[in-house]
Design a protein around this ligand. Structure first.
Ligand SMILES: *[C@@H]1O[C@H](CO)[C@@H](O)[C@H](O)[C@H]1NC(C)=O
Ligand SMILES: *[C@@H]1O[C@H](CO)[C@@H](O)[C@H](O)[C@H]1NC(C)=O
Length: 315
């Protein structure tokens, strides 16, 4: 096991607070921070954060071919849905962690204890989300996969150390049960059953059980990302439900309902669990700002959001 110098709880909390400010404002102005803030990061999500788990699944949602990865190390497609690094890779750089292995890569053994990426393109909070494109690790399965990692880590750390390690580690979660579920009327039954309000609440209820499961396993620091303005994705613009140059407003409206409920959940979780930190990361506002002010995210900004902006969306 690799020994690491951990930052104290206070310092780590200061960084989480900084992330709160950053997420709230949609401004990523953090300078590269080389010290070890969190011993590890565990990532749960979809194609925005997948770093290659879907390479190993039978799915149409894959990114392990060019031009994906053209700006990545050695111009290599890795399964990241991006020309270069993903937002998670940048976050890892920022908090001094190496590129995380995918869960599938760690099946042969967890070599490092810097964390694992469980994210799987087109997966969602609901088991069926993404089924239209093939196999994926649903959030339920991602949590199971995390448990399997914990079983491996228990062989490398004693109980006390493990508890401290998990409590200090950063859990990052994002979700999207809209593009490859609710918005596909021909394929998914929830669409006709729930209105956007009910659907958002249904999602939040399911999400809460998984968040609490991770909490019960010992995780204490959570970064929960909002859903971005999906109505601005090429895939939604192509539906023709928006005037030229505008985003599909009913889609953005339903995503905002979910985001509002997520923010309220985060408030409740912070109230109910005072020794844990839950951060709502308003990526919705961040993306709107990027769309409106692309120049301020140019190549010369401190964090190359320019690359994030060029993410090729499929989900
Ligand atoms: C909605 O989706 C969930 C989760 O996959 C499923 O279990 C449930 O049966 C669906 N509800 C309806 C009313 O179709
Ligand atoms: C927080 O606690 C209140 C009061 O016990 C409870 O009603 C609510 O469901 C809890 N919320 C969450 C998200 O745990």
């Amino acid at each position: 096991m690799v020994e690491k110098q951990y930052w104290s709880g206070m310092e780590a909390e200061a960084v989480v607070l900084l992330l709160i400010v950053v997420c709230m404002n949609g401004l990523v102005v953090l300078s590269a921070q080389q010290q070890q803030l969190f011993p590890a990061m565990f990532v749960f999500g979809d194609s925005l954060t997948d770093s290659g788990n879907n390479n190993y699944l039978i799915s149409l949602a894959k990114a392990n071919y060019v031009p994906y990865g053209i700006d990545f190390y050695q111009g290599r497609p890795t399964g990241r849905f991006s020309n270069g690094k993903t937002i998670i890779d940048f976050l890892g750089d920022l908090i001094g962690l190496p590129l995380l292995p995918t869960f599938v890569e760690t099946l042969v053994g967890v070599e490092d204890v810097s964390g694992v990426n469980y994210a799987s393109a087109v997966a969602g909070i609901l088991d069926e989300t993404g089924l239209n494109l093939g196999q994926r690790f649903s959030l339920r399965q991602q949590v199971e996969n995390f448990k399997s990692t914990l079983r491996q880590l228990k062989e490398q750390m004693d109980e006390v150390k493990m508890k401290e390690y998990l409590a200090k580690s950063l859990i990052v979660m994002n979700s999207n049960d809209y593009i490859n579920n609710y918005l596909i009327h021909s394929f998914y039954s929830n669409t006709s059953y729930y209105n956007p309000n009910e659907y958002a609440l249904f999602l939040i209820t399911q999400y809460t059980t998984y968040i609490m499961e991770l909490h019960n396993l010992g995780a204490r620091k959570f970064l929960l990302a909002a859903i971005g303005p999906l109505g601005c994705l090429p895939n939604q613009l192509a539906t023709g439900f928006a005037p030229p140059g505008e985003c599909v407003s009913y889609v953005n409206d339903m995503v905002e309902i979910f985001n509002k409920e997520l923010l309220s959940l985060v408030d409740q979780l912070n109230t109910n669990h005072t020794t844990s930190i839950f951060v709502f990361c308003n990526t919705y506002i961040a993306f709107i700002d990027m769309l409106n002010n692309p120049d301020s995210y140019g190549k010369n900004s401190k964090i190359p959001l320019y690359y994030i902006f060029k993410v090729i969306f499929i989900s």
